[in-house]
Design a protein. Structure first.
Length: 176
């Protein structure tokens, strides 16, 4: 498995800023996130981005996560893959009557993710940003703020998602 350093070395000079951001983004200093939150967000984001090299490198970097935390990252990426499509449609369609219709989608994992609920919410927020669902981004952000999570922690989860997304893009570009 490749670690971040090896992945960084695969990136072209055109991704110099991403190489620099990798080092500063994946530390718990100045993020208001603990190590487990940081790792869970990174892993959920990698799964959402769907780049095998990125997933393997993140798994190597977050080997400290428990099995429950790894499963929660998988669950966040999977449930948001469904919810982000559905709620992005509800948000963007001109016929607002769809918003009043029951979703009829099972989402039990959100209520019982197997880890701290706020940690799971942070991962779901990052995945929702990757998937571009404004309605889900807003819902998760409001839930986190209401629970007292700092704006810095929320911003940090999005920074992680953004840098990992750019890493994946850089890896794909380096192949051509």
């Amino acid at each position: 498995m490749m670690n971040f350093e090896e992945v960084k070395n695969k990136l072209l000079d055109s991704a110099k800023d991403i190489k620099l951001n990798i080092a500063t983004t994946f530390t718990d200093e100045g993020t208001d996130l603990n190590k487990s939150q940081l790792g869970g967000i990174a892993l959920a984001s990698a799964y959402a981005i769907k780049n095998p090299t990125l997933i393997k490198s993140v798994l190597a970097e977050v080997s400290y996560l428990s099995e429950a935390e790894i499963e929660a990252a998988k669950s966040a990426a999977t449930i948001m893959a469904m919810n982000n499509i559905y709620y992005r449609f509800v948000h963007l369609v001109n016929d607002k009557s769809f918003a009043s219709m029951p979703a009829r989608l099972r989402m039990n994992v959100i209520g019982n993710p197997g880890i701290d609920k706020l940690d799971f919410e942070l991962s779901c927020l990052a995945v929702s940003a990757i998937n571009g669902c404004g309605m889900c981004i807003e819902a998760h952000t409001q839930q986190l703020l209401k629970a007292g999570v700092s704006k810095l922690a929320i911003q940090s989860s999005i920074r992680i998602a953004a840098v990992l997304n750019a890493m994946a893009a850089g890896l794909e570009i380096a192949e051509y």
